[in-house]
Design a protein around this ligand. Structure first.
Ligand code: HEM
Length: 146
């Protein structure tokens, strides 16, 4: 095989990546979701054995989770482009309502933490998990699931 022929697969990859930048970059919604994953993961871990002294730290994660949720509400899921035209409005309305539900639960979590109501906070973490599951089942493309 000639030297230049060895380079062909790399050239093909470069061409592919340049015409499909989405293969590499996260969409704005994915970026927000990844921020949500980080702060929610911290909260889930912390609520196993919460301590009064760390309350401010918990509240800062709640604030991060809340603002990423609000930003997500303004974005459209990738799946929207596969929804039939006459169902798009209802699909997006359902999506934004679900985000409102999530923001409400996060607000309640903040209040429970503020008041050191730890059992309530733990239950709310479970409810947020549930809303996440429902949101993903309905609004996330199947190919995105992992
Ligand atoms: C605490 C709650 C949630 C967390 C931690 C979370 C986290 C995530 C993560 C880690 C991803 C994958 C991002 C990637 O592929 O890089 C994702 C994707 C996604 N999530 Fe969530 N999620 C939450 C709640 C929700 C809710 C309630 C909805 C719907 C109302 C939702 C809709 C989506 C959609 C549509 C995607 C695919 C991204 C796209 O279409 O562009 N998520 N989420």
């Amino acid at each position: 095989m000639k030297d230049y022929q060895k380079l062909l697969p790399y050239c093909a990859l470069l061409v592919l990546l340049s015409i499909c930048p989405n293969l590499l970059a996260d969409s704005p919604l994915e970026t927000k979701m990844n921020q949500m994953r980080k702060s929610f993961r911290e909260l889930k871990k912390a609520m196993v054995a919460p301590v009064e002294a760390d309350k401010q730290k918990y509240l800062s994660w709640v604030a991060e989770l809340k603002s990423a949720t609000e930003a997500s509400k303004a974005l459209d899921p990738e799946k929207t482009s596969h929804v039939p035209v006459d169902q798009k409005t209802a699909f997006l309305e359902g999506y934004r309502n679900k985000m409102d539900e999530l923001a409400d639960e996060i607000g309640s979590l903040g209040k429970a933490i503020e008041a050191s109501k730890w059992d309530e906070a733990k239950a709310l973490v479970g409810q947020i998990n549930q809303v996440q599951r429902e949101g993903h089942q309905k609004y996330r493309s199947e190919r995105d699931e992992h």
